[in-house]
Structure formats: structure tokens, C-alpha cells
Design a binder for this molecule. Structure first.
Ligand SMILES: [Mg+2]
Length: 322
């Protein structure tokens, strides 16, 4: 690449604000961090690949932002406080303006959550970004997918399907105006629900983030919990920008099967519903969309009648989801 690895690291990724618990940070052979006796360490790692998870030609700043956002979302789903990240960057060219843009998007989000880059690697290859994030959680208070109980309500934060709608608009390069702009930003710059995830620790029985689509992800939560769920599709959160640009069938497709929302999907006992709603101090929006039951699998219901949702095979360009 035109810039050497050392030059890339020192110019774009070095000399950032330092956390107190980082004793040795980026630039040495490895990082050294303070450990904590009162908390548990939480780690997650996610990779995004050009042409699989984002379109070729996506702005470098959006790629940097998104690569970290999807990782922070996994920590949010556990109820953890993010603290550090390491970055593996495979780049076709060591292009200075691309790196500048990538670093600006990455650190815009990192600085908001006080996440320090503590190391990584750069190689020449196809455009692939892997980030590992680390954080802390108070002992025994983490959230998992496996705690849902029969009779619990199924809830989501925010709205579902907007990222998939935004990706459809990005792909087809159609629609201008503020609704289209909003939906595109929901795909490019998902908001990790970190503080909402923290608040869920006191009452959620199970939680995960929605990355692969509601039905797929709720199916994973149910199988981890040894139960099933029924979803009332009329209760799915309303999205005025989606309503303005897509018909009902497309909206349902996006909401039930579209991925990349990075909202939190969680279960809680229904007598705690008020507490669930009161947790919404961030204004993120919480909607009950269904209930956990004993019948295996996830079923859709509309006006009390089973609704057989058929994934019409909308061409998710990221069909290679892990
Ligand atoms: Mg996840």
C-alpha cells in the first residue's frame, strides 16, 4: 500500500485520548490493561466486508462508524459498558483520504462512548474491517439470550425494518428527500443502544440485538431459552418514513426479515411492563410485539389469526450473514 503500516497507525490511529485503565496502548507489541475485581470482562468481535455487509463505494467515514457500531451493539445486548477496541483492517490501497475518513467515523463513535483503540493490524487485501470490543459488567448482571420464560412479553426498542429499507434505497439509488435520507442513515449509522441495554439489566429475562432480522433473531433467542414466541404483526412499531416510501407488504418484509437494525430485542415478565416502559428515559421507544409461549418456533398472528409470513426472498445483498 502507498502508506506503510507504521505510518498509517501513527498518522490516523495513534495519539488519541487515553483511558486511565490503559497502561500500554496502541504502538507496542500488545496492550496492557488494568483488571478489575468488582466487574467481569465482556468481549465481542464482528467483521464487516465490502460487498457483503456494505455496498462498494460506501463513504469511508460511514464504514468506520458502522464497524464499531455493530460491535457496540453486541455489548449493549449484554448490558455492558464499552471500554476498548482493537482493529484489524484489510485494505486494497493505503489511500490517505480514505483512511482519514475511516478514522473520523470510527473515532466519532468511539469518543462518544469513551472507547479507546488499544491495538490492531493492517494488511493489504480486500476491504474487510474486523473490530473486537471489550467492556465491563457488574458481576452476575449480564443479559443473555437464554432466560426467556413462558408468559413473558417480547419487546423491541426503536423501530424495525428501517435499516433494510435504507439499504434498499442505497442499492437502487432511488428517492430523495428527508424520509429517504433518514432511512439510509439508519443503515449506514446504526445507533448502538448502550445506555438502554444497561437499563435492561434490572428486569429483562433475555436480550439480544437485532442484526439478522426479527424472525431469525427471535428464533435464536427462543431456541436458546427452550421456548417459542408469537408475534402480533399489527403491533410492530410504526415508521412514518417507511410508510411514506414503501407499501405494506414491503414494510412487513423489512420489519420481519430485514436485518441491520441493531435495536434490542428482549423479554420481560408482563407484570413488569410499566417498569419496561419507564426504562425508556432515552426516548428510544419500546414496543411489546408478542409473547413467549411453549410452542417451539416463532409464529406471526394478525387480529388473532395465524398469519403465514412468507419471506418473499427480497434480495438481501448480504445473504452471507454469519
Ligand atoms: Mg448480536
Amino acid at each position: 500500500m502507498s502508506l506503510g503500516e507504521f505510518e498509517i497507525i501513527s498518522r490516523y490511529f495513534g495519539s488519541r485520548p487515553a483511558r486511565e485503565d490503559v497502561r500500554v496502548g496502541i504502538g507496542d507489541d500488545a496492550a496492557v490493561l488494568d483488571s478489575r475485581v468488582d466487574k467481569k470482562l465482556v468481549l465481542a468481535m464482528d467483521t464487516i466486508v465490502e460487498g457483503v455487509h456494505f455496498l462498494a463505494g460506501t463513504a469511508a467515514s460511514d464504514i468506520g462508524y458502522r464497524a464499531l457500531a455493530v460491535n457496540l451493539s453486541d455489548l449493549a445486548a449484554m448490558g455492558a459498558i464499552p471500554s476498548w477496541m482493537s482493529l484489524s483492517l484489510s485494505l486494497p490501497h493505503g489511500d490517505a483520504s480514505w483512511l482519514q475518513g475511516f478514522a473520523s467515523g470510527l473515532f466519532e463513535l468511539a469518543d462518544r462512548f469513551d472507547v479507546q483503540l488499544i491495538g490492531g493490524d493492517t494488511v493489504r487485501g480486500p476491504l474487510v474491517v474486523t473490530i473486537q470490543v471489550g467492556g465491563w459488567i457488574e458481576a452476575e448482571s449480564w443479559l443473555t439470550r437464554s432466560g426467556a420464560k413462558i408468559g413473558d412479553g417480547v419487546f423491541v426498542s426503536g423501530t424495525l425494518g428501517e435499516a433494510a429499507a435504507g439499504l434498499a434505497l442505497l442499492r437502487d439509488r432511488v428517492a430523495s428527500g428527508s424520509d429517504a435520507e433518514y432511512l439510509r442513515s439508519r443503515f449506514l449509522r446504526p445507533e448502538p443502544r448502550v445506555s438502554f441495554g444497561r437499563s435492561l439489566r434490572s428486569f429483562a429475562s433475555a436480550a439480544m440485538d437485532v442484526s439478522d432480522g426479527l424472525l431469525t433473531d427471535l428464533g435464536k433467542l427462543c431456541s436458546a431459552s427452550g421456548c417459542g414466541a408469537s408475534i402480533d404483526i399489527d403491533s410492530l412499531p410504526d415508521s412514518p418514513p417507511m410508510r411514506a416510501l414503501f407499501d405494506e407488504e414491503q414494510r412487513l418484509q423489512f420489519s420481519l426479515a430485514g436485518g441491520d437494525d441493531y435495536e434490542l430485542l428482549f423479554t420481560a415478565s408482563t407484570d413488569q411492563v410499566r417498569e419496561v416502559m419507564a426504562a425508556d428515559r432515552s426516548g428510544v421507544g419500546i414496543t411489546q410485539i408478542g409473547v413467549i409461549d411453549e410452542q417451539k418456533g416463532v409464529r406471526c398472528v394478525r387480529k388473532g389469526v395465524p398469519h403465514f409470513f412468507k419471506d418473499t426472498g427480497y434480495d438481501h445483498f448480504m445473504s452471507a450473514k454469519a
